[in-house]
Design a protein around this ligand. Structure first.
Ligand code: S3P
Length: 440
């Protein structure tokens, strides 16, 4: 069902998909838990932090800024022990900071470093150096920040001459949790309150954790008001819930395979992230949520999904930020569903690790899908048969995993090139997939 050669992975259809998935920790929550606890006065232990390269980039940058972070890796569960710097403050790094492939690292640290009294330069890999940074630079400059980027302040590397900032009132022009969080991190050290308005809400992990750590933050409707820190943040130890963005591959696989039952344990179900569940249910997925509970201010649950008869759907509007990272695998579900699926209002997909409208459309078309790209989404004519062939991840982790799910239901062999890019968010993905593939 499955073989690996060099960087490529071959997937073949299998008679049955069954098993229990233990997820990696949520990437978005892990970044925030590491950054905010680095600023706190005292130590915190973060269990089950996301094991992928993105969160390791955040840890590497914070260490370079003087924070002591110890990590335990498997076979122990992923744990980070952080000694927060509190009133001592971060220190100027001796070299350029490297965020790798991680926009969350670059944007969140960009906001934080704009408010710190030293010089920082932050760069990333070729994909990250081509992602938009103007959306970060613009509001930070309104706060009085001095920062610059390549290409007339559009791209990284970023040069940041940190200084004391002023709080602002700002309406976010795009629903970006990274930009919102960057402004809040800058606002912690600013003079005066920071008030943010969002036309469409985005993931709220920063707000939840800041409140728990004693920051004076109020969320009302789609607005957030933060007062600057009067005392250092209080450290919070926590166990990070499983990543719903990683769960999505198995939820879709379970729903589209003709003989499947998959249980996903301890999955984060923060309502700002559960768009994929809402859409799968609306498409007719046999999906049930059990054992709902709260850990460290974040809701989580176990989810069971079984083979289903999906139908096409229209996806757009406010739900898009709640499932933006899951759209590549949702497109796979739409290929199998009966009828037409239209995805709109998702132009942000073009700004991700790859241009996900172009790459999803081109790679799924290779497998025989009937899919048209739109400026802000795609139209997928479902119900046709997929046929395996060679496809490319375009070095985009979410595309690699989405194509693997397509390969499970395609005829013949699907060879995914550059498949090891899953290291970015889900290093154990191929191993976990192998465990649920049953030969009979
Ligand atoms: C993230 C926010 C989203 C998401 C990304 C992680 C975060 O990006 O796509 O994978 O952790 O804040 P935007 O803020 O650009 O929408």
């Amino acid at each position: 069902m499955f073989s690996a050669k060099d960087e490529a992975i071959t997937i073949r259809p299998c008679p049955r998909l069954e098993g229990e998935i233990i997820l990696p920790g949520d990437k978005s929550i892990s970044h925030r838990a590491i950054i905010l606890n680095s600023l706190a006065e005292g130590s915190a232990q973060i269990e089950n932090f996301a094991p992928g390269r993105d969160c390791l980039a955040t840890i590497r940058c914070l260490r370079a800024l003087g924070v002591s972070i110890d990590t335990k890796r498997p076979p122990d569960s992923n744990t980070a022990l952080i000694s927060g710097i509190g009133e001592d403050g971060l220190k100027e790094a001796a070299d350029v900071l490297n965020a790798g492939n991680s926009a969350t690292t670059m944007r969140l640290l960009g906001g934080l470093l704009a408010s710190q009294p030293f010089l920082s330069v932050i760069t990333g890999d070729v994909s990250l150096r081509n992602r938009p940074m103007g959306r970060l630079i613009e509001p930070l400059r309104l706060m009085g920040a001095q920062l610059w980027g390549r290409g007339r302040d559009s791209f990284a590397p970023l040069v940041i001459k940190g200084r004391k900032l002023e709080g602002i009132e700002y309406g976010l022009p795009v629903p970006s949790a990274q930009v919102k969080s960057a402004i809040l991190l800058a606002g912690l050290f600013a003079r005066g309150n920071t008030l943010l308005h969002q036309a469409i809400p985005s993931r709220d992990h920063t707000e939840r954790l800041l409140k728990q750590m004693g920051a004076r933050l109020k969320s009302q409707g789609n607005s957030v008001c933060l007062s600057p820190l009067s005392d250092p943040l209080v450290p919070v130890s926590l166990r990070v819930p499983g990543d719903i963005s990683s769960a999505a591959y198995f939820l879709v696989a379970g729903a589209i395979h003709s003989n499947a039952r998959i249980l996903v344990r301890d999955c984060g179900i923060n309502p700002t992230r559960t768009g994929i569940i809402d859409i799968l249910l609306a498409m007719g997925a046999r999906l049930k949520i059990h054992n709902e509970r709260l850990e460290a201010g974040e809701p989580l649950a176990d989810i069971v999904v079984e083979c289903s008869e999906l139908k096409g759907i229209e996806v757009g509007g406010d739900i898009i930020p709640r499932l933006i990272d899951e759209i590549p695998v949702l497109a796979v579900a739409a290929c199998v569903a009966k009828g037409k699926t239209v995805i709109r209002d998702a132009g942000e997909l073009r700004m991700k690790e790859s241009d996900r409208i172009a790459t999803v459309a081109s790679e799924l078309s290779r497998l025989g899908a009937r899919i048209e790209s739109l400026p802000d989404g795609m139209v997928i004519h479902g119900g046709g048969l997929l046929s395996g062939t060679e496809v490319d991840s375009h070095f985009d982790h979410r595309l690699a995993m989405g194509l693997a799910v397509a390969g499970l239901v395609a005829r013949g062999e699907t060879i995914i090139k550059h498949a090891q890019v899953t290291q970015i968010s889900y290093p154990a993905f191929w191993q976990t997939l192998r465990q649920v593939i049953q030969d009979s």
